[in-house]
Design a protein around this ligand. Structure first.
Ligand code: SF4
Length: 469
């Protein structure tokens, strides 16, 4: 079926017209359906809908069809079930992180959207709600016949519903006008907090916040909510990373409340890496939500004081919410739209994937500034250092979403002391990134490389640097 699916995206404009015609005329069938009754009506209609959509779109029968908003590409063919734009792991050739033989569904979807809007403005991508599992295997045509609107979340404009609140230290640092520094620490494979606290201690006085990863790379470690709470209890400012891969919306919201109760204020919402790359490749991925829908839910908990279900909370959490963006992999031209979606959904700070190519990031930031996105969220440029050209090459080949330019590899390969040269390159990158207009700071990553990262922060003179405005 796969080639037919690509044909449908190539003919998205014609199919969209056909769908509009159907949506305009379908309500005429409503009286007939009412006479048949809902069960008999669906039993009659659904086999036709399913056969047609399976043939044309490889439809996965989510029961909440959004094809007209996703360029006629069914987002449920995405192994991570992304409903709101691509994940950060798209391969350089535009193929899927999880299934390298398949074109990324969102690369297709964005092409389809462009085709539909050929000659006109595609407009901001809509924020689509998470799938309602009860509707799986049900007819969408019935809802069109009854004239029900398509599922789109209208984003609440920033600032209209946010209550006044005390600004926590990481948010205050972002607002201070100097370049902020955050660093990533993976929780230990241990029931003893000593290792985590020893590694965090390396950054005391050097960073504004410490990110605690959540099963990075699909590997099992101490839970990020527990590790973030341990840091908060010991005087650090944690950024609690939470992924959609391992928990459904019930578990995630429970963890968010638990994190808030334990003093965690900063939350980075992520979709999560593919499980098959980690140490439990046989595990079942969840992906009940994607990062955009998770942001919307967390924002609703803070601003409306309610769960996604609408049930009231006794006390609402106060989170400074963040998200990620990867400007370095396809579909590069559409990464801005995805960033805009995340900001509309509730992200107030953004951390990027590893940046090894400053000119590429400068081009991305020029577009961010043109759209004023740096005024709606604090953009932290991600980077880091590795010990050798071999490690860097391995990362480029094996870590989804990481782009390493050939010149950087050549430079480190040619050096007599590769580790020192990699660190020099990292310091130069950090300084260049912090100097870009609209960049609020730098986010440093490096697996169990705390000493080198601490040295990079000191040597780059980042801690006291005033941000270019
Ligand atoms: S690359 Fe990511 S967004 Fe694209 S189809 Fe694969 S998992 Fe989905």
């Amino acid at each position: 079926m796969y080639p037919v699916r690509l044909w449908s995206v190539r003919h998205a404009r014609g199919l969209q017209r056909a769908y509009r015609w159907f949506a305009a005329h379908a309500p005429r069938l409503a009286p007939l359906l009412r006479r048949l009754g809902p069960r008999r009506g669906e039993a009659l209609l659904y086999p036709i809908e399913r056969t047609l959509k399976r043939f044309l779109f490889d439809c996965q029968e989510c029961g909440q069809c959004v094809l007209s908003q996703t360029g006629m590409a069914c987002p449920m063919n995405c192994p991570k079930q992304m409903r709101n734009g691509p994940c950060g792991g798209v391969r350089p050739d535009g193929n899927c992180e999880v299934d390298p033989g398949m074109r990324c569904v969102w690369v297709e979807a964005l092409e389809g959207r462009r085709r539909i809007h050929a000659g006109g403005e595609a407009g901001a991508a809509p924020v689509l709600p998470a799938v309602d599992a009860r509707r799986r295997g049900r007819s969408t045509w019935i809802t069109v016949i009854h004239g029900e609107p398509e599922p789109v979340v209208t984003a609440v404009p920033v600032g209209t519903s946010r209550p006044e609140r005390a600004v926590e230290s990481f948010e205050a640092a972002c607002r201070s006008g100097r370049s902020v520094v955050t660093v990533e620490v993976a929780p230990p494979d241990s029931a003893d907090p000593a290792d985590l606290l020893a590694r965090a201690a390396r950054f005391k006085g050097l960073v504004d916040a410490i990110n605690i990863t959540d099963g990075a790379g699909g590997n099992c470690h101490m839970s990020s909510v527990a590790a973030a709470a341990l840091l908060a209890a010991n005087g650090y400012v944690p950024v609690y990373q939470t992924v959609c891969r391992d928990r459904n919306r019930i578990a995630i919201q429970g963890d968010l409340l638990g994190a808030a109760a334990l003093g965690v204020r900063n939350v980075l919402c992520l979709t999560g890496d593919d499980v098959t790359r980690g140490d439990h490749p046989e595990a079942r991925p969840v992906f009940d939500l994607d990062a955009v829908t998770l942001l919307g839910i967390a924002r609703g908990m803070c601003e409306r004081g309610e769960f996604a279900s609408g049930r009231r909370l006794l006390a609402a959490p106060e989170f400074f919410l963040g998200a990620t963006v990867n400007p370095f992999v396809p579909p590069r031209d559409d990464r801005i739209a995805n960033l805009e979606q995340k900001i509309a959904a509730g992200a107030r700070f953004i951390q990027t994937q590893f940046c090894f190519d400053v000119p590429m990031f400068e081009r991305f930031m020029a577009e961010v500034r043109r759209r004023g996105l740096h005024q709606r969220a604090f953009i932290l440029a991600g980077t880091g250092t590795l010990a050798s050209a071999r490690a860097l090459r391995w990362m480029a080949q094996n870590v989804p979403g990481v782009y390493v330019p050939a010149e950087l590899l050549r430079r480190i390969e040619a050096a007599a002391d590769q580790k020192a040269e990699a660190m020099r390159a990292c310091i130069e990158t950090v300084q260049a990134l912090a100097g870009i207009e609209g960049v609020a700071g730098v986010h440093l990553m490096g697996h169990r490389n705390e000493d080198v990262l601490a040295e990079v922060i000191v040597e780059s003179g980042l801690a006291m640097r005033v941000r270019p405005s």
